[in-house]
Design a protein around this ligand. Structure first.
Ligand SMILES: Cc1ncc(COP(=O)(O)O)c(C=O)c1O
Length: 332
């Protein structure tokens, strides 16, 4: 049996990130809520993708990659961090983004430009049919120019990428043990491509068997995530030669808080962003963590998360997306 430490990585993040108790919000909700500050992973503006990229960039370096190619939405934090990682290792980045060419480069789009990425925009209705061929075409163009391409799928959601969040559970486990605290009853995280939840789930199966891991979808429906995440958990367990396996029915995903669509702020998500600002002086974002916190509030209200439960919310970053959505957040 292996551990994530047996796999090649490149150090990118400022780790470990703190686990911060949210005293005032805990008192309001009647639970014991703490937040894993993965918005502080640091590299390239920070966020959850840094942990995945530590593994994926080791693969990219091993094949001598000169061009990183990936995809995401306009405000993709993942795409922004891939652009930063490319620069750190003297590579180029090509980002195939879902959305029309913007009239202004704000938030992550601004950062993509500052990191010098090449951006291609795909009309949202054509995105799902065009994205794979377009990424393949960019890879081919890189090869034709004598460069080695490395294609990273949406969200870095691969079994190798998921090892980053297995390692995050190990990190949290050591932090809790050092503070003489037991594992949490529940872990909640926003779920966009599923890689983060897959890593958290596998880490919990191994180290915290009594802990529920709940993803709040910001994009797809529950059944889609259950299949995809169970596959990723099992594939990552195989990589690690661990006996743990899971089934789609054991993957807990709340898909009631997406709002109109991925990337479109929702009233409940915006209210959660505001509530965290007002109770804890803490920044969430309207695309991922605000919607996930909205889900957490509703799960507490409905009893899905029982009173007095100890809960760790994984803050996956994303604050650059606050700025392009200022009108929506301020209710204009
Ligand atoms: C801030 C933030 N939260 C959550 C997620 C979702 O993580 P995953 O794609 O691993 O499900 C992302 C991914 O892009 C993100 O940027």
């Amino acid at each position: 049996m292996k551990t994530p430490a047996d796999f090649p990585t490149v150090p990118l993040g400022f780790l470990p990130t703190p686990i911060e108790p949210l005293g005032r919000l805990s008192a309001e909700l009647g639970i014991d809520l703490a937040i894993k500050r993965d918005d502080f992973t640091g590299f390239g503006g920070g966020g959850n993708k840094v942990r995945k990229l530590e593994f994926l960039m080791a693969e990219a370096l091993a094949i001598g990659a000169g061009v990183l190619i990936t995809t995401g939405g306009h405000q993709s934090n993942h795409a922004r961090m891939v652009a930063a990682a490319a620069r750190k290792f003297g590579m180029e980045a090509v980002l195939v983004l879902r959305g029309n060419p913007p009239t202004a480069y704000q938030g992550n789009l601004l950062l993509d430009r500052l990191f010098g990425a090449t951006l291609e925009f795909l009309e949202p209705t054509e995105y799902f049919t065009l994205v794979e061929p377009r990424m393949a075409a960019h890879a081919e163009a890189a090869r034709a120019a004598g460069k080695v391409p490395y294609v990273i799928p949406l969200g870095g959601a691969t079994p190798t990428g998921a090892l980053g969040y297995v390692r995050a559970v190990e990190e949290m486990d050591a932090q809790l043990k050092a503070a003489a605290l037991p594992p949490p009853d529940v872990v909640v995280a926003p779920t966009g491509s599923g890689g983060t939840l897959a890593g958290l789930k596998l880490g919990a199966l191994r180290h915290w068997p009594g802990t529920r891991v709940i993803g709040v979808s910001v994009s797809r429906d529950k059944a889609w995530f259950q299949d995809r995440i169970a596959q990723m958990v099992n594939a990552a367990a195989e990589l690690l030669e661990w006996p743990e396996r899971t089934a789609p029915a054991d993957i807990e995903v709340d898909d009631g808080h997406v709002g109109t669509a991925y990337g479109v702020p929702s009233p409940g998500g915006n209210a959660a962003v505001s509530r965290l600002g007002l109770t804890e002086g803490l920044l969430l974002d309207p695309v991922y963590t605000g919607k996930a916190m909205h889900g957490l509030f509703d799960m507490v209200a409905s009893g899905v998360i029982p009173q007095k439960a100890s809960v760790i919310f994984v803050h996956c970053g994303g604050s650059p997306a606050l700025y392009p959505f200022s009108d929506s957040l301020l209710g204009a």
